[in-house]
Ligand binder design. Structure first.
Ligand code: DC
Length: 222
């Protein structure tokens, strides 16, 4: 099976680029951020403090997260319930980084991700895929863009959705998330030593996808 690991900071376009690259290559796409978000929903539903390692450890055996592919789209199920929408809410976005700092939870999700990678040709995106989850991946990509460009894209996206937005606070939010991701004690965000760095600051979506697809095709040893 071919394993492609794509890591990078939030807002670099990892998910949309990875999804489209996987579609073009006929690979399965696995969004591990969605799994951490579903884990956050699981903890929130049980009203457990996301910092409470002991309580989280105790309920982990009951946590059933499944990624299903319906009409070519990835849907996230938590204990049989479709949570694909709720995982994108602001509350879950706030809780996910705290929950994702729990070592036992990371271990549990990493194992699930490793199993998924045994059965399909996959592109898996996240923060620690090339460094921790799939250290022997065939191709590792670190996908990034400057904080200003990521903030600009996010700001535009919010305006297009008709939401109120302020560029400076979007940028501050991105910087804060970067700091958190890069400095978390367990699995901090960093490029794997053998990863290919792709900076999309100057690239549009189509060029980014093409570069990722080319990098994967060049890196695969058939
Ligand atoms: O990529 P995202 O914003 O959907 O990720 C949600 C959260 O999960 C974010 O706080 C980073 C975290 N995450 C992680 O710790 N490890 C991963 N492999 C993927 C995401």
């Amino acid at each position: 099976m071919i394993q492609v690991a794509i890591d990078g900071p939030s807002g670099a376009g990892k998910s949309s680029i990875s999804r489209e690259a996987a579609r073009r290559l006929g690979f399965i796409y696995v969004d591990t951020g969605a799994m951490y978000r579903a884990a956050a929903v699981f903890i929130m539903q049980r009203r457990i403090d996301p910092d409470d390692a002991e309580k989280i450890g105790a309920v982990l055996p009951m946590m059933d997260i499944e990624l299903r592919y319906e009409d070519g789209e990835q849907k996230v199920y938590l204990c049989g319930e479709n949570v694909s929408r709720v995982i994108r809410t602001r509350e879950v976005t706030r809780c996910a980084p705290i929950v994702s700092a729990q070592p036992k939870l990371r271990q549990c999700l990493s194992q699930m991700q490793q199993e998924m990678a045994q059965h399909h040709n996959i592109i898996m995106d996240g923060r620690d895929i090339g460094t921790v989850v799939l250290p022997n991946a065939d191709v590792k990509i670190f996908l990034t863009a400057s904080p200003e460009v990521r903030a600009q894209r996010r700001y535009k996206e919010l305006l297009e959705k008709g939401m109120e937005a302020d560029y400076d606070s979007v940028l501050a939010d991105i910087r804060e998330r970067d700091y958190y991701d890069e400095n978390k004690p367990i699995s901090p965000l960093r490029p794997a030593a053998d990863s290919v760095l792709i900076d999309t600051s100057e690239l549009d979506f189509e060029h980014s996808v093409q570069l990722v697809v080319d990098t994967i095709q060049n890196g695969i040893k058939y």
